[in-house]
Design a protein around this ligand. Structure first.
Ligand code: SF4
Length: 122
């Protein structure tokens, strides 16, 4: 198995109160991912604010260069800016081998599930 075939999911729920994620049921989403896609995921984790210092500390602990991290969070361009320090602290490059952003902005639970499913097939 090459190093980037292992995938992990790192959700950011944007405090759980962001209007752009109001249609997402994170409990239902994570359980559906676990049941239907769990065999494709090394692990999944959720943090409410990955772009804050405590979120970056989590990233430093769990990101590693042997996996690709799929990050369902805000819009891809925002993630590129806001997650940069967390990746840097973990020493993991934000390139195609190690990172695949998924935007949950303005989406509902089912749409995010389908995006994650597609991301795991890439
Ligand atoms: S990384 Fe994006 S989704 Fe997460 S708290 Fe920051 S702005 Fe919100």
């Amino acid at each position: 198995m090459s190093t980037n075939e292992k995938k992990a999911l790192l959700f950011c729920s944007c405090s759980g109160a962001c209007p752009s994620m109001a249609k997402i049921d994170f409990w239902a989403l994570s359980e559906r991912v676990r049941l239907e896609l769990g065999d494709k995921v090394e692990f999944m984790a959720l943090h409410p604010r990955l772009c804050e210092e405590d979120g970056e500390r989590l990233m430093k602990q769990i990101l590693n260069p042997s996996m690709k991290f799929i990050t369902p969070a805000c819009a891809e361009k925002r993630q590129e800016k806001l997650l940069r320090d967390g990746f840097a602290k973990a020493g993991v490059p934000m390139d195609e081998t190690h990172w695949l952003p998924v935007s949950m902005a303005q989406e509902d639970t089912n749409a995010v599930f389908e995006k994650i499913k597609t991301a795991l097939e890439q």
